[in-house]
Design a protein around this ligand. Structure first.
Ligand SMILES: Cc1ncc(COP(=O)(O)O)c(C=O)c1O
Length: 363
């Protein structure tokens, strides 16, 4: 006989990763087209071969500390962020998992402006919480209606999740709006997900030193090209560090990932190269797609959102797939409707193929 699983799981959608088809160009998961710094690969192989990384041992605390130190320097000496403000996890996904466990009890609520990254709502539901959805202003700039978000908070609301730049819309929340939210709800933890911040014009990380109810998530999966190793971090107010340590799974980031992240942070030239490519190619996609046929939204991330109306997103997705190009059909994003596709910015050759294929499809 099967043992019954928790009833709340019935309401949780499977996480849908970007598809991977052999031989096709994958522009569906916002990965880095240049991959990690070659120094990362070299250093890892070397440190395993030379026995510096002992894979038979659990990850060494000192290495984790070194990474947190390195992250704090990267995030901003100007913001007075030290290693005591940094926690790490298995990607932003892993960090989010720990945070939701810290704040959400059965019956608690969390607010999520949509469309956005789907893991926020899944984790809230898994914890027995209730996600509340606030629709971003569609058809305009996908900004968040503060006059709906702030009054929607009540004594049960424990968290608000704001992705900035937002996946899949690509826009950032202005600092003044973020401050208004944080100041209006001092008993709610405001989570700012900056997974794509390296491709944006600015960051909100300084707010962590000013307010007790805000934290910022970052990742090595995007600009640093290390999605396969699963490393992410949060910049948190110091009071939260002990709860994080208690709840987080021990050794959630493995030794190789820790080493890779340290080396990646030190190779600033590679980071600059990746960011430069994405910004340049993002402009290419924007100009060429907009000029020709479609509504393309300005983006601060490494992807662009395209409205293919009056076509349906799944039709265009399938036709692109026939051309060997995998993009994201955004119909799976709650509140996105059925006419958006999201295209990860690829290499120049890949982006030219995308423009060419969309030109054929829409002519
Ligand atoms: C907004 C956002 N946050 C977090 C993630 C996941 O990041 P990580 O690979 O660090 O778990 C993604 C992945 O696409 C994302 O779009």
């Amino acid at each position: 006989m099967r043992v019954p699983v928790r009833s709340s799981l019935m309401e949780i959608e499977d996480y849908e990763p970007g598809k991977l088809v052999k031989g096709a160009i994958k522009l569906s998961s916002n990965e880095n087209p240049l991959g990690p710094s070659p120094k990362v690969v070299k250093e890892i192989v070397k440190s395993i071969e030379e026995g510096e990384l002992n894979l038979n041992l659990y990850p060494w605390e000192r290495n984790e500390e070194e990474l947190r130190d390195e992250i704090s320097r990267y995030v901003g000496a100007s913001a007075r962020i030290g290693k005591e403000n940094i926690v790490i996890g298995a990607g932003v996904d892993g960090v989010l998992d720990t945070l939701v466990k810290i704040f959400i009890e059965t019956g608690d609520e969390a607010l999520i402006p949509i469309p956005t990254f789907s893991l926020y709502e899944s984790l809230v539901r898994i914890a027995g919480g209730i996600p509340g959805y606030i629709k971003r202003k569609k058809g305009e700039d996908f900004s968040i209606p503060l006059d709906e978000l702030i009054p929607a908070c009540n004594e049960k609301t424990k968290m608000i999740f704001i992705s900035s730049p937002n996946n899949p819309t690509g826009n950032c929340i202005p600092e003044a709006e973020m401050r208004a939210i944080i100041e209006s709800v001092p008993k709610v933890m405001v989570v700012i997900d900056e997974a794509y911040v390296e491709f944006a014009d600015s960051s909100l990380v300084n707010l962590v030193k000013e307010y007790e109810n805000v934290l910022v998530l970052r990742t090595f999966s995007k600009a640093f090209g290390l999605a396969g190793l699963r490393v992410g971090y949060a910049v948190i107010p110091e009071w939260l560090a002990s709860a994080y340590k208690k709840v987080s799974i021990p050794f959630s980031v493995n030794s190789i990932a820790i080493k890779a992240a340290i080396v990646a942070l030190r190779d600033k030239a590679h980071l600059r190269k990746c960011v430069k490519l994405v910004k340049h190619e993002r402009e290419f996609l924007l100009e060429n797609l907009q000029r020709r046929f479609l509504r393309v939204y300005p983006s601060q991330a490494n992807f662009v959102l395209v409205d293919v109306s009056p076509r349906k997103s799944y039709e265009v997705y399938e036709e692109l797939m026939k051309n060997g190009l995998i993009v994201r059909d955004c119909a799976s994003f709650r509140g996105a409707g059925d006419s958006f596709i999201r295209i990860t910015v690829g290499t120049s050759e890949q982006n030219e193929l995308v423009v060419e294929a969309l030109k054929q499809i829409s002519s």
